[in-house]
Design a protein around this ligand. Structure first.
Ligand SMILES: [Zn+2]
Length: 170
């Protein structure tokens, strides 16, 4: 399992269905069967906070909002030194980030915006993957080292959403 997790961090973004194997239900899970999914292979981590029962975001702004929700939960948990509380959202945020490029493709974004979404998603995914990897290998998870990447990624995603809102207003 540890090997798989390490490999997971290194995978290119397009292959990251593996995140579903990491701690959550089967890929493409619609949330109904997740409660009966295979038991988690985690050692001593608290896995409350998974949100399998939430519906998949319907569009790109909803997808970014879903990522933000977990981004804040993870950030706040680390700020409060409650690392276990960050672990559930860490798994879910991977799935949410993974869904973004697909959602972005349906959002009539320009090439530049799409590139921004892809870059921000990949950077955030990798940063979260490293934190999760640290939790699984018993290392000190270094949120501070990832914070700049995550803050920038979140801001970039938000700027694309804000740009969409502007277009609609025009
Ligand atoms: Zn984990």
């Amino acid at each position: 399992m540890l090997k798989l997790l390490r490999d997971w961090v290194g995978y290119s973004f397009g292959m990251l269905l593996a995140v579903a194997l990491l701690g959550c239900g089967p890929a493409g899970d619609d949330g109904k069967s997740a409660k009966q999914a295979a038991p988690h292979d985690h050692e001593g981590h608290d896995h409350e906070g998974h949100d399998h029962d939430q519906a998949q975001p319907a569009d790109f702004p909803a997808g970014v909002a879903a990522v933000r929700q977990h981004y804040e939960a993870i950030r706040d948990a680390f700020r409060a030194n409650e690392v276990d509380k960050a672990h559930g959202p860490l798994h879910t945020v991977g799935q949410r980030i993974e869904a973004l490029p697909k959602l972005a493709a349906t959002a009539e974004l320009g090439e530049q915006e799409l590139a921004t979404v892809k870059a921000a998603s990949a950077a955030m995914f990798e940063a979260y993957g490293e934190i999760d990897d640290a939790l699984h290998t018993g290392k000190q998870a270094d949120y501070a080292a990832a914070a700049d990447t995550l803050d920038k990624g979140m801001a970039d995603l938000q700027s694309v959403v804000d740009g969409m809102a502007k277009k609609t207003e025009e």
